[in-house]
Design a binder for this molecule. Structure first.
Ligand code: ADP
Ligand code: MG
Length: 600
């Protein structure tokens, strides 16, 4: 008998939903993005029990016809692209045509929608991918979509949800990421009948104030400095906090072409610009909007990823850092600028459908000419404002090489040249402060460790399937430990399931891992976690990340290409600190300029 068959649609949809809809926040993101794609100028979000019971989005967008309304819930149904080429000129947030199909596979969905040109709208109900009801109905123009009992038919997922507080925080974070780029659109956010956010249409500064200024005596935005720079490569605009008003709980946002992104390396550029100006553990707030030719960035089209790769990362690093310094410098020279001036920022609405980025008209902001090769550390560069250099006292010299006890925290190194591999185990990197000597294996552990922890937190691990399932036999205490860390192993990309009373079957491993090591890998992790004897999730997550990072990391003796070295250095220097590996081994040492001068 033949046994291969196609999966029924509702099964395929539920599998896809696992990727697209991981938690209420991802569902919210998809719905709100659809409303924006539909040209809505008013969007209301109504949530119950952090999205567990209800997640409703009401918009005044263009609505759908009866047929489209039904079609929209099919897999790969979209009005936004029809040809492969369309992918490269996207002006909408969505395009995969997967969101609604995924949502309706794992929830009970009710939607009413009407177009301007239709007299009556349509109302439909879908329950676990099955259409249960459809009829014409009277309703306002736009779309009103309710997602009820998310994951009601996927108990594992539902169990996986965090506390209401955490899920609500996730929802709001996702919401901020969107509303901060669409200040012209009016939004409200209601949770359990309480209006948490009421955001009138306005400019970006007003939007920031409306979100972060609540309950403060001084306007939040009065602590922000405008920043703007236009180069051939990139336009950067936005706001950074005044040094003295930076705090311990900073708001830090990057957006590129109208989308939120995370970018540890650019984050580093901003911190560098502030270095020496902030006390201890204070950090600046920033809201930075990049405008860049789409072909020079690689927007990972995975719906839940927020990391974006730029072709010219180092140049942009310099531009951004210079722009932030300029802004701070100008501010310190001219403290009388009126920060609350209205209409200061006539920012074009990004990526609304069919809306090309128009000319930047009527900005009252200073225009800063920036030389992309500008390096504020070259003393020979043309002068920046006069009292500028006093803002940046020279760093104390790094201690001598032998000083192992008091290892300095390396966190402000700016590369000034290209890396060079030495003895097949070290990378030599010229930096502003001297020659940084990097242990290649340990450096790679550090960067992979951070990346893996991130994946664990966001449950974004990508899995590669093993050809044959491998069986891991375990003792009862190991079985118990396994049960605890199972969700995290899965989050990071292991496909692993209980096989018998005393064993687990592994059918997939994280994409970064060599396939051959599956059994040993899981065993190692289990051992490491059990040894720490912790029941604190964060601790065992750290252990998992470290075990994996160790086995992924570049070994000693491996000859690296220039590109690999560059990439490793970039990622390493973008970390908060990289003096030691998570388990305390030295990663770098600095042969400081002073020391070198003393020697010869
Ligand atoms: P995508 O956004 O990737 O196209 P979705 O599954 O999110 O896929 O939506 C499918 C289609 O349904 C969209 O292409 C759009 O035509 C329509 N649609 C979804 N939400 C709305 C909305 N709020 N208003 C109007 N049309 C919508
Ligand atoms: Mg969509």
């Amino acid at each position: 008998m033949d046994i291969v068959h196609l999966l029924p649609d509702h099964v395929a949809n539920q599998i896809a939903a696992g990727e697209v809809i991981q938690r209420p926040a991802s569902c919210l993101k998809e719905l709100v993005e659809n409303s924006l794609d539909a040209g809505a100028t008013n969007i209301q979000v109504i949530v119950r029990d952090a999205g567990r019971t209800l997640l409703q989005v009401i918009d005044n967008g263009k609505g759908m016809s009866q047929t489209d309304a039904r079609m929209a819930f099919e897999r790969h149904a979209t009005s936004k692209i029809s040809r492969v080429e369309d992918l490269f000129s996207l002006r909408t947030m969505g395009f995969r045509g997967e969101a609604l199909a995924s949502i309706c596979a794992v929830a009970q969905v009710e939607m009413t929608t009407r177009r301007q040109e239709d007299e009556v709208g349509v109302c439909l109900e879908i329950d676990g991918s099955k259409l249960v009801h459809q009829e014409p109905c009277a309703c306002p123009v736009g779309t009103n979509l309710k997602v009820k009992n998310l994951f009601y038919n996927v108990p594992v997922r539902r169990k996986f949800l965090k506390t209401d507080q955490t899920e609500l925080r996730n929802l709001l974070t996702e919401f901020y990421h969107i509303v901060l780029v669409y200040p012209r659109v009016q939004f409200t956010f209601v949770h359990n009948d309480e209006v948490l956010l009421d955001l009138p249409a306005g400019n970006e500064k007003q939007r920031i104030e409306a979100i972060f200024g609540r309950g403060r005596t001084h306007a939040f935005t009065s602590n922000l400095i405008d920043l703007r720079t236009d180069t051939e490569l990139v336009s950067i605009r936005g706001f950074v906090s005044k040094p003295e008003s930076s705090g311990k709980n900073p708001q830090q946002y990057f957006f590129v072409n109208g989308r939120y992104m995370r970018h540890p390396y650019f984050h580093k550029a901003i911190l560098t610009a502030y270095s020496g100006m902030l006390p201890g553990d204070y950090a600046p707030s920033y809201f930075i909007y990049f405008d860049i030719a789409p072909e020079t960035i690689d927007v990972n089209i995975h719906p839940t990823k927020t990391e974006i790769k730029f072709a010219d990362e180092q140049a942009i690093f310099q531009i951004l850092m210079a722009a932030v310094r300029e802004a701070i410098g100008k501010f310190s020279l001219a403290p009388t600028i009126d920060f609350n001036r209205e209409g200061e920022l006539e920012m074009p609405l990004p990526t609304a459908p069919g809306n090309t980025t128009g000319p930047r008209s009527g900005t009252g902001m200073p225009h800063i000419q920036v030389d992309p090769t500008y390096n504020p550390f070259h003393r020979t560069q043309p002068a920046t404002p006069r009292n500028w250099t006093t803002l940046y006292p020279d760093r104390p010299a790094a201690p001598a090489l032998s000083d192992d006890a008091q290892l300095p925290l390396y966190e402000h190194d700016i590369p000034t040249g290209i890396p060079y591999q030495y003895a097949d185990r070290y990378i030599l990197l010229p930096t502003r402060d001297g020659l940084l000597i990097i242990n290649q294996h340990r450096a790679h552990i550090c960067v992979e460790y951070e990346a893996l922890l991130q994946q664990l937190r966001e449950q974004q691990g990508v899995s590669q399937q093993l050809l044959f399932q491998e069986i891991l036999d375990l003792t009862p205490d190991e079985m118990a430990a396994m049960e605890t860390i199972l969700p995290d192993l899965r989050a990071i990309g292991f496909a692993i399931d209980q096989f018998s009373k005393t064993s687990y079957g592994i059918s997939g491993v994280p994409a970064q891992l060599p396939q051959s090591d599956a059994l040993m890998m899981v065993r190692d992790i289990l051992q490491a976690v059990m040894e720490t004897g912790t029941d604190v999730q964060q601790r065992w997550q750290e252990q998992i990340a470290l075990s994996l990072a160790r086995s992924i990391a570049i070994p000693y003796g491996k000859i690296l290409t220039q590109e690999e070295m560059q990439d490793l250095c970039d990622r390493l220097l973008a970390l908060k600190t990289y003096s030691r590996t998570p388990d305390g081994k030295r990663v770098v040492t600095l042969l400081s300029n002073n020391e070198l001068e003393n020697r010869l």
